[in-house]
Design a protein around this ligand. Structure first.
Ligand SMILES: [Zn+2]
Length: 652
């Protein structure tokens, strides 16, 4: 291969993808705007978000809370700030989600309403570029005094929203507002060598998006500068002066010296996403070395089987290794969304499918659980057990989660395909169409699948001209192990490998970092099929996770299951799942939006009326996908089922 730069123009709006032979970046994800989703699993969810979820976001942002009013008042420079100091970010995230959704679901009324919001946001900006309704409406002299106060975090979400809205609508008012704020931050801090540690990271990844959008190196340098601020004792504000806990926002050590995960889960995910974005451009291996170690710490010692992270409510973040309580699991929806972001970047830097395995687990389980099937109820925390009474809610005082899950689902097309100089990468399995540019050739790709309910995947490739390249199809890690590392293992080991055929003929293939590599000269109409053997699998925890001792979880494909109780009929915590259990799987089209359920006969603990004797009665149990629980009322629920009567309880 040539040592020179190989450039290829992608269809991304305003973006040229440069494949550099010497770059750390191995995979270039295909933007969702280039991927048309036809999938029976994802398409209805995107429609639900476009209607119900965005309706909820708009109504709570504009009418039921003061978030938009704050901008109106800030434009007048008078009035009382309503809500919490970080509430501006919810407006920006709602606009970002709206922008993604408008791409697939044009809606003139919604767009017009959003234009109105943007006018108010732009009017609230100060002449020097500063924009934050909390400080404009309280005391502007206090701005940039407490690094925890989310001013730069809000700026980051403004930048993401500005780019997203421009990409969908071509309207640049919000983007220009965001650029003025970014320039303000650059001039106040970096250019004056004035330290600033972001108390809630986000601006780093946003500035990298702005760098890619504008090609202005200033934003790359500013993002890298933000990363370099951490770990030097520069912090000022409540985290440092009152809580004395710089680890809370990953400020205990310089980023490149960090090896363990600490603190607030969402802050950590956004930080490392930004660090990966910077490393992909600067080829700074210091960030990669740090993140490799931190990723292992997260996935090998701190991750729930649902892909959720951040076990503790008290810091919205990480606790001790292997301490994974189920009923009190915090597992903020945003942290699972952040896992999707960060793992995509780690895959991008390594070309290793293990990161997509984790991404997929967080996406289909921990993140999707945050959204009701109706689209207008949300979990902030996503526990793995409940004694009942825990419900998704219409909204939250701190409302980060609803718009975060909305923007993730609307843009799920971001995670399906990738390209590199001589390869097409297939990461997630979802019905979709796209046209990829490989060199001077255009490759039309279509995928059909009933994943995650069935393991058959069909890929149709049609290069405009016959061309030799690699098709790299991810072999899902769940075929051989529940997750990378030894935190979880299957109760029964089995060697499951996919069968791959090209034009109906089984083919041999090399496996490289979890991808089946199919090298050939591809021509119009080539069809690749992959059969992923799916079966119900029982999962055991590493014995160091005391909460899961003598308990087992159940999975089918990438989907984690749970038992949901039914009032006066079944207590989820009373269900025992012995090792000898056999399972029946069936697709129920009318249940919970159409899901695979797992049925099994199980001993269920019953207590006599006088409460003095305990016995078991065999009942037919129906386990449902974890992400669909709490759509039939505030029932009790359990993911980790006891294998014997001694462990019956949901108190862990
Ligand atoms: Zn959240």
């Amino acid at each position: 291969m040539k040592k020179s730069w190989i450039a290829a123009i992608m269809f991304l709006p305003g973006v040229t993808t440069v494949y550099a032979q010497n770059s750390l970046q191995k995979v270039y994800p295909v933007n969702f705007s280039e991927v048309s989703i036809t999938d029976p699993f994802w398409k209805p969810k995107m429609t639900t978000v476009a209607t119900a979820t965005l309706d909820a976001c708009v109504s709570y942002t504009q009418d039921k809370t003061g978030r938009i009013r704050n901008f109106e008042k800030a434009a007048q420079r008078s009035g009382k700030h309503e809500g919490i100091y970080y509430d501006d970010s919810d407006v920006y995230k709602a606009i970002e989600a709206i922008a993604y959704s408008l791409k697939n679901h044009p809606d003139a009324t919604l767009e017009k309403n959003t234009d109105g919001w943007i006018d108010k946001i732009a009017a609230a900006q100060l002449p020097d570029g500063y924009l934050n309704t909390y400080y404009v409406l309280t005391d502007i002299n206090n701005r940039w005094s407490d690094m925890e106060k989310h001013e730069d975090y809000c700026a980051g979400h403004l930048i993401e929203a500005g780019i997203a809205y421009y990409n969908t609508t071509g309207k640049d008012k919000l983007l220009n507002t965001a650029i003025r704020f970014a320039d303000h931050i650059d001039s106040v801090f970096r250019q004056q060598h004035k330290p600033w540690v972001s108390g809630h990271q986000e601006i780093e990844l946003a500035l990298m998006k702005l760098y890619h959008h504008t090609k202005n190196k200033k934003y790359l340098e500013l993002s890298d500068w933000f990363l370099a601020q951490r770990g030097h004792g520069y912090g000022k504000g409540v985290i440092w002066d009152q809580w004395k806990d710089p680890d809370y926002c990953q400020d205990g050590l310089p980023v490149k010296d960090q090896r363990k995960i600490t603190g607030h889960a969402v802050r950590a995910m956004y930080l490392y996403t930004g660090a990966a974005d910077v490393a992909a451009v600067t080829n700074d291996t210091g960030y990669i070395t740090a993140m490799d170690a931190i990723w292992q710490d997260v996935v090998f010692r701190h991750m729930y089987i649902t892909g959720g992270i951040g076990a503790q409510g008290k810091n919205e973040g990480f606790g001790q290794p292997y301490d994974l309580p189920n009923a009190s699991a915090y597992c903020e929806t945003c942290a699972s969304v952040g896992m999707v972001f960060w793992n995509q970047r780690m895959n991008m830097l390594s070309g290793d499918a293990k990161y997509v395995d984790v991404l997929e687990r967080s996406l289909y389980n921990g993140a999707l659980d945050g959204l009701s099937l109706s689209g207008d109820r949300f979990f902030y925390g996503n526990p793995l057990a409940s004694q009942g009474g825990y419900n998704r809610r219409e909204w939250f005082g701190t409302a980060c989660c609803p718009s975060n899950i909305a923007r993730l689902v609307s843009a799920v097309g971001n995670y399906i395909y990738g390209t590199s100089a001589d390869a097409i990468w297939v990461n997630l399995f979802a019905g979709s169409n796209t046209v990829l540019q490989l060199g001077k050739n255009k490759i039309t790709v279509a995928m059909e699948t009933a994943y995650p309910w069935k393991g058959d995947v069909k890929l149709m490739l049609s290069p405009a001209k016959k061309q030799a390249f690699e098709l790299r199809v991810r072999i899902p890690g769940w075929l051989s192990e529940p997750a990378p590392g030894d935190l979880y293992r299957y109760a029964e080991q089995q060697n499951s490998q996919p069968v791959i055929k090209v034009n109906g003929e089984p083919v041999q293939f090399d496996v490289d970092k979890g991808y089946a590599v199919l090298r050939r000269s591809w021509k119009k109409g080539d069809v690749v099929t992959m059969e992923l053997p799916m079966k119900v699998r029982r999962i055991l925890s590493n014995p160091k996770v005391k909460q899961n001792e003598n308990r087992v979880a159940v999975q089918y494909g990438p989907i984690v299951y749970c038992v949901e109780g039914e009032k006066d009929v079944l207590k989820a915590g009373a269900v025992i799942l012995p090792g000898s259990t056999s399972f029946e799987l069936s697709f129920e089209p009318s249940l919970l939006g159409g899901v695979n359920v797992i049925r099994f006969d199980a001993p269920v603990v019953t207590v006599s009326a006088d409460g003095l004797s305990v016995s078991t009665l065999t009942k037919k149990i129906t386990a449902i996908p974890y992400f669909t629980w709490n759509n039939r009322g505030p029932n009790d629920m359990q993911v980790w089922l006891p294998t014997s009567i001694q462990r019956v309880s949901v108190n862990d």
